[in-house]
Design a protein around this ligand. Structure first.
Ligand code: SIN
Ligand code: CO
Length: 373
C-alpha cells in the first residue's frame, strides 16, 4: 500500500516539530489498517519481539512483558496490547513509515502498534521522543498537556506515570487522523472502541549515551593513547591546587580525541545504525552467486531493504547495521542509503561492475536486502 500523507511539511516543521503538539485531521485519507488485531497478537507471542500488556482493573494499573502464550481472561475493557518495532517483522505495516521519510532516517526509531479495547490505554505519561500517533480502526480520546515540570511516579514497577495535567488538546481521533507529540508533553489516550494506534517514534540520543558509546569505541579501537604533558611546568607555591590552565589542558586532551573527524564519523556511523530492536534477519538459503544477482538486476528485479535495517551515510562513508558498508562504488553506496527499494535504475553503472556485484551478493546473502519476488 502506498500511503500518502496529507501534511504541509514545511508549515508543520516551522510551527510544530519539536515545538508543540497538534492533531493533523485526516492526514491519511481513507486509511486502511495494514495489520489486524489478531496478527498483532500473533507477533506478541514471538520471543524476539518486544511487547507489553497494560491494564487498569479495580482501580489498579498492571503491566506485563511478552512474549505471551494466551490472551484469555483479559475481559472486554481497560486493556491495551503494545508491540514494538512492528516494521521489523511486518512489511505492510512497515510501509506506513515511507511517507515520513521527509524526516531524516537517522532520527527514526521504530513503529510501535497498540491494540486497545474500550477504556484501554497506558495511562498519563511523558515520552522523551517525538511521536506521530496514527489512529487506525476505532477511535480514541487523547489529552495532551503543556510541557511543564510535572511529578512522575510508578503506579506499577513497569509503568512511569505523570500527575494530572490540564489539557491543551482534548479530542477524539478518527481513522486517518494523526496526533503529533514532541518530547516532554504529557499525554493520555483512552479508547472508546476497539482501536489500533500506530506510533511512529523518533530517537534523539542524549549526551550520556553518546559519551558512553564513544568511550566504548575508543577502547575497542585502542585510541586515545596520548598522555597529558607539561614540559613548561614551573616550581609551585601551592602544590595542593590544580591550576585552571591545567584543567583546560585536560579538557583539551579529551576534546582532541573527539575532534578527529575520521574516528568520530566512524563511531557515529556505527552507533546510529545500531537497531534498538531485533531484526528479522535470515541469510539467503540457498545463497546467491554473483551471476544470479547480476542477472536479476539486469532483468529489472527490485531489491528491498530488510525492515528496520539502518543504512546511513556519514561523511565519506556509509554504514549498515553497526558496520561500515563494504561498497566501493560511492554512487551505489549512496543509493543503498537513499532508497528502501531499488534496482538497476537507482544503482546505475555499478550493476555491470563485477566488484560491486560481488559486494552486493554478500549483503543479499547476509539477508540485509532481498528480491521483491
Ligand atoms: C499507545 O498507543 O497507547 C501509546 C502511545 C503513546 O502514548 O506513546
Ligand atoms: Co506516549
Amino acid at each position: 500500500m502506498d500511503y500518502q500523507l496529507n501534511i504541509d511539511w514545511p508549515a508543520f516543521m516551522a510551527t510544530y516539530w519539536q515545538k508543540k503538539p497538534v492533531i493533523l485531521k485526516n492526514a491519511l485519507p481513507n486509511f486502511v489498517d495494514p495489520i489486524s488485531p489478531d496478527e498483532l497478537a500473533g507477533l506478541a507471542m514471538e520471543n524476539e519481539i518486544d511487547s507489553r500488556l497494560v491494564s487498569f482493573k479495580e482501580g489498579k494499573w498492571h503491566a506485563s512483558h511478552g512474549p505471551f502464550t494466551e490472551f484469555d481472561n483479559l475481559g472486554d475493557s481497560h486493556w491495551s496490547l503494545l508491540v514494538q518495532a512492528v516494521n521489523h517483522w511486518h512489511l505492510p505495516a512497515a510501509e506506513l513509515l515511507s511517507p515520513f521519510r521527509v524526516l531524516p532516517d537517522w532520527r527514526l526509531d521504530d513503529l510501535m502498534i497498540s491494540f486497545s479495547v474500550p477504556g484501554g490505554g497506558v495511562g498519563p505519561h511523558i515520552d522523551n521522543y517525538d511521536v506521530f500517533i496514527i489512529q487506525g480502526m476505532g477511535s480514541r480520546r487523547w489529552r495532551v498537556g503543556d510541557k511543564l515540570p510535572l511529578k512522575q511516579f510508578c503506579p506499577h514497577p513497569a509503568l512511569l506515570h505523570v500527575e494530572p495535567f490540564t489539557p491543551i488538546i482534548d479530542d477524539d481521533l478518527q481513522p486517518g487522523d494523526i496526533l503529533y507529540i514532541p518530547p516532554g508533553f504529557p499525554h493520555d489516550g483512552y479508547s472508546h472502541q476497539a482501536s489500533l494506534n500506530y506510533s511512529v517514534g523518533f530517537r534523539s540520543p542524549n549526551s550520556r549515551d553518546l559519551v558512553s558509546s564513544f568511550a566504548d569505541y575508543v577502547l575497542e579501537n585502542d585510541l586515545g593513547g596520548n598522555h597529558y604533558a607539561d614540559p613548561e611546568l614551573a616550581r609551585r607555591e601551592h602544590p595542593g591546587k590544580i591550576e585552571a590552565s591545567e584543567i583546560n589542558q585536560i579538557r583539551k586532551l579529551m576534546h582532541d580525541l573527539i575532534e578527529q573527524p575520521e574516528a568520530f564519523n566512524q563511531w557515529f556511523g556505527s552507533f546510529i545504525t545500531t537497531p534498538r530492536h531485533e531484526l528479522d534477519i535470515a541469510a539467503a538459503d540457498p545463497a546467491y552467486d554473483t551471476s544470479e544477482i547480476a542477472a536479476a538486476l539486469q532483468e529489472g528485479e527490485t531489491l528491498v531493504r530488510l525492515g528496520g535495517l539502518r543504512v546511513l551515510e556519514v561523511g565519506e562513508h556509509c554504514f549498515v547495521n553497526s558496520e561500515p558498508l563494504e561498497i566501493s562504488d560511492k554512487k551505489a553506496a549512496t543509493a543503498l542509503c537513499h532508497f528502501t527499494r531499488l534496482g538497476a535504475a537507482e544503482l546505475g553503472d555499478a550493476v555491470t561492475d563485477p566488484q560491486f556485484i560481488h559486494e552486493l551478493t554478500t549483503l543479499v546473502n547476509q539477508g540485509y536486502w532481498y528480491f521483491d519476488n
